[in-house]
Design a protein around this ligand. Structure first.
Ligand SMILES: O=C[C@H](O)COP(=O)(O)O
Length: 238
């Protein structure tokens, strides 16, 4: 299982890399769970990250505006992102979400077929009126994405597991794999929760809070020791 760590700036990106993160996921928590950072921050982090490591960028908790989101995807691409995550926040159902994601895929795949496109839903979608989490695998398939992901929309201490039990998460992973796609799971995931996620076949685990000093994604800063501990755990399952 690969370890995706979400830094907000250059300093945290360096800590993530030193700790051994597999994917450096540029984010801006001030703008929400999957808040977008600025193009120059993504570019700077792409430039300081070793070439063989993927740099991801989140486009935000996006509205149901396929054109706006497609243009944001292009912004992430020209800034150097190899992995583009879209938080399906304003889309209320499968069809709206597919409309957004298929336009993002078309925008990027036409010019950069190897860029990874991630359809990200929310385990607590019911709290914000977003598309149901168990719809995400079909949305990813129908919109020509590479990964189906879940995170949490509201970062108030609840974790992914507060909304979906392991059985449901396994169903999510199996369905996604049956379409030939990969999965990423996140949502205030703690180190003790890595093994169960690995054991159900999750391909990528996304973490910010547990990689920060004090475990707080907003007030803490990513530290390489915390990242290294998470990375060591992920590697120990192989
Ligand atoms: O993409 C993953 C997120 O950054 C997860 O953040 P979190 O661990 O603070 O919920």
């Amino acid at each position: 299982m690969l370890l995706l760590i979400s830094p907000i700036n250059r300093e945290e990106a360096l800590e993530s890399i030193e700790g051994g993160a597999d994917i450096v996921d540029v984010k801006n928590p001030k703008e929400g769970s999957l808040g977008a950072n600025f193009p120059w921050v993504i570019k700077e982090i792409r430039e300081l990250t070793p070439e063989d490591k993927l740099v991801s960028a989140t486009l935000g908790d996006v509205p149901y505006k396929p054109g706006t989101v497609s243009l944001a995807a292009m912004g992430a691409h020209v800034s150097g992102a190899n992995y583009i995550k879209v938080g399906l926040y304003g889309t209320k159902n499968h069809d709206e979400a597919v409309e957004v994601m298929s336009n993002v895929s078309k925008t990027i795949k036409d010019i950069s077929p190897n860029t990874t496109i991630v359809a990200a839903g929310y385990a607590d979608a019911h709290r914000v009126g977003a598309v149901e989490p168990m719809e995400i695998p079909k949305i990813a398939r129908d919109a020509n994405c590479d990964l189906a992901m879940l995170d949490t929309a509201v970062k108030d201490g609840h974790t992914l597991f507060d909304y979906l039990d392991l059985e449901k998460l396994e169903e999510f992973v199996k369905e996604t794999h049956s379409y030939g796609l990969k999965t990423a799971l996140a949502g205030s995931v703690k180190k003790e929760q890595l093994k169960p996620l690995n054991d159900i076949g999750c391909d990528v685990v996304g973490i910010r809070g547990a990689a920060c000093v004090g475990g707080d994604r907003n007030t803490g800063k990513i530290h390489h020791d915390a990242v290294a501990e998470l990375k060591e755990l992920c590697d120990s399952f192989e």
